[in-house]
Design a protein around this ligand. Structure first.
Ligand code: COA
Ligand code: MG
Length: 284
């Protein structure tokens, strides 16, 4: 999944628009983009959308309300029977919150069964201060864990930060650190790292820079909040023809010398990490 577009599920207009957007996944949002009074309506509209939109279920995700909220159980009871591709869990405090969600999905009729894949889980793992001290354990979450992602806004509010970004759009040091922790937590768990939103949705150049930096560092996708962001994200997170060609040449260089730990290509030394990275590009 390169691009995952949030769609406030109380908005018929945005749901209708979302069907045509080439995002790898839609995240029907029941949480922060929906006012409390609209939560029941958003839930109903999300269910209807899941049942009628005609998109493949892998592309359909739902962000439920957090584990500790009054709406969480009702969200799951409404959503699980429609079998979306996955659930985004906001404000995850620890791997235990993911395991609790997995158990809840197991308990719902349709949450597990059938021939198709189980409903996946994508937690936002940096939205509370305590969550940062549990980041090392997501590898224990089992096969439903699809990826990890992060958010700065809720964490910033939780600690009383007056800003999470510098004037030039870059993260302030505490939130840059959190981004980096999410990256390594995801890879430690053996799942994809998905970068957070670029909130300034008219800033195409800034979004492209953020995507390039994220891809360079080991994120494989990015959350989106506006349809106009999706093409940029998809393009940057797709390996270019030149990258694929180069990766093929690296793999070939090792294949020509079976047993060699280190080879030479274009005057440069290559060893195992280069081979791993080249294979990763060819598999993506
Ligand atoms: N999903 C689907 N459609 C969307 C969309 C989204 N996230 N954001 C905008 N659109 C639609 C609009 O409805 C509009 O369609 P229309 O012409 O049929 O009305 C079109 O795309 C262009 O939108 P635009 O006028 O540029 O933006 P806006 O002012 O309507 O909306 C936001 C701006 C930020 C309010 C909107 O993009 C949004 O709600 N984003 C998601 C926010 C969210 O989910 N936040 C929680 C996660 S952090
Ligand atoms: Mg939030």
């Amino acid at each position: 999944m390169r691009s995952l577009l949030f769609v406030p599920a109380d908005s018929e207009r945005k749901l209708a628009k979302a069907v045509e957007v080439p995002a790898d996944a839609l995240i029907l949002d029941l949480e922060d983009s929906v006012a409390t009074a609209n939560k029941p309506r958003a839930r109903e509209r999300a269910v209807r959308f899941l049942q009628t939109c005609g998109l493949p279920r892998e592309r359909l995700w739902v962000r439920v309300n957090p584990t500790t909220s009054a709406e969480h159980a009702d969200d799951l009871a409404a959503i699980a029977p429609s079998r979306p591709g996955g659930i985004m869990l906001p404000k995850a405090r620890s791997p235990e919150d993911v395991l609790a969600l997995a158990r809840a999905l197991d308990a719902h009729a349709g949450g597990q069964g059938g021939a198709d894949e189980p409903i996946g889980i994508l937690p936002l793992v940096t939205e509370t201060p305590e969550a940062l001290f549990q980041l090392g354990g997501y590898g224990a979450c089992g096969p439903r864990l699809a990826a990890l992602s992060w958010g700065a806004e809720d964490l910033g509010a939780a600690v009383g930060a007056t800003a999470v970004r510098e004037a030039d759009g870059s993260w302030t040091p505490p939130f840059e650190m959190v981004r980096n922790l999410c990256l390594f937590a995801a890879h430690a768990a053996g799942v994809a790292a998905i970068d957070t939103i670029h909130a300034d949705f008219r800033d195409a150049a800034g979004l492209e820079r953020a995507c390039r930096a994220a891809r360079r560092d080991g994120f494989t996708g990015k959350l989106a909040i506006h349809p106009g962001q999706v093409d940029i994200i998809n393009r940057v997170f797709t390996p270019s023809a030149a990258e694929i060609e180069r990766a093929r040449r690296v793999v070939d260089a090792f294949a020509r010398q079976p047993g060699a730990g280190v080879v030479e290509l274009d005057g440069v030394m290559l060893d195992r990490p280069h081979l791993v990275q080249a294979r990763r590009i060819l598999e993506s």
